[in-house]
Design a protein around this ligand. Structure first.
Ligand SMILES: *Cc1c(COP(=O)(O)O)cnc(C)c1O
Length: 280
């Protein structure tokens, strides 16, 4: 715990965070148990606590409760928090819109574990260039726009009826495996439509999550054909899926998600961007 410059929040706030973490963890385990046919890559799904616009003190309280994976959306905020919380085994996930001109800054952040929002060769090449040689390869996930909404970033999903091998997503995946030795293609990430989230809350199948599962299966097949016997992508030949947020993470887990990203459900509602004091 040594050199953190951050103090814990009030005892009341720390207790509140412990309580919500406990509840979310229990809901994650229960939802996982409802997905008996899915062979998840890891035995347990990863819960990423999305701490954007929340103070570093909140992160420290969650860390003390055993939480290790944290998600941040803004490069500068992540940079500041990582400097304030130099914890040896914390794992930072960048989940915000990723622009290639931020690759150098991101790549220098200690304990950056994954960038979940890669959508271009330029972005991947930038991260690959700047990740220091003495660090383990950086995990990257490619963001897929499963809902097709113009406001969401991400590449189009794969469709069995079209040419998966020639699709932009497959080309980017191959680029990462072939041209980016400092990166590890870990899997795919999506947000999905709010309508789908509402449907999920009503326990109906979520079409966007199903689309990401189908896309993953097609992409895995394409990669296995392109790189036979290579262990340079995924985890044991599988690509992991990052899908599910506070309002729909249970449906995502039932659909086969490996990584859920929960913010509000742990930290409570967020201030609007610009009104927060994340550095405190
Ligand atoms: C903010 C954010 C989350 C967390 O959202 P909540 O609804 O607060 O759980 C998850 N994923 C991404 C990409 C986000 O931007």
């Amino acid at each position: 715990m040594s050199s953190t410059t951050v103090s814990l929040p009030s005892a009341e706030r720390a207790a509140e965070l412990r309580e919500s973490l406990k509840e979310v963890r229990a809901r994650v385990s229960a939802a996982q148990a409802q997905s008996p046919t899915h062979e998840r890559v890891a035995p347990a799904a990863t819960l990423v606590a999305v701490s954007k616009l929340k103070p570093a003190a909140d992160i420290l309280a969650c860390y003390e409760d055993g939480q290790r994976d944290f998600g941040e959306n803004y490069v500068q905020e992540l940079e500041e928090k990582a400097a304030q919380l130099p914890l040896p085994d914390i794992r930072w996930h960048f989940i915000g819109t990723f622009q290639s001109n931020k690759a150098k800054t991101l790549a220098a952040i200690p304990n950056l574990y994954a960038v979940q929002t890669v959508t271009s060769e330029k972005g991947a090449a930038g991260l690959n260039k700047y990740i220091a040689a003495d660090r383990p390869p950086l995990n990257v996930l490619l963001q897929v726009n499963t809902s097709g909404e113009a406001a969401k970033s991400g590449l189009p999903p794969l469709d069995a009826a079209r040419d998966a091998a020639g699709a932009e997503l497959t080309q980017l995946a191959r680029f990462v495996v072939e041209q980016c030795p400092r990166l590890r293609l870990q899997g795919l990430m999506t947000i999905g439509a709010l309508e789908a989230s509402l449907a999920a809350a009503a326990a109906r199948p979520n079409a966007d999550f199903e689309r990401l599962v189908a896309t993953r299966d097609l992409l895995q097949a394409a990669l296995a054909a392109a790189f036979p016997g290579e262990a340079r992508w995924g985890v044991e030949g599988r690509l992991v899926l990052s899908m599910g947020m506070s309002s729909d993470f249970e449906a995502a887990l039932v659909a086969g998600s490996d990584i859920v990203r929960v913010g509000t459900g742990i930290f409570g509602s967020r201030p609007k961007k610009g009104e927060a004091a994340p550095a405190s």
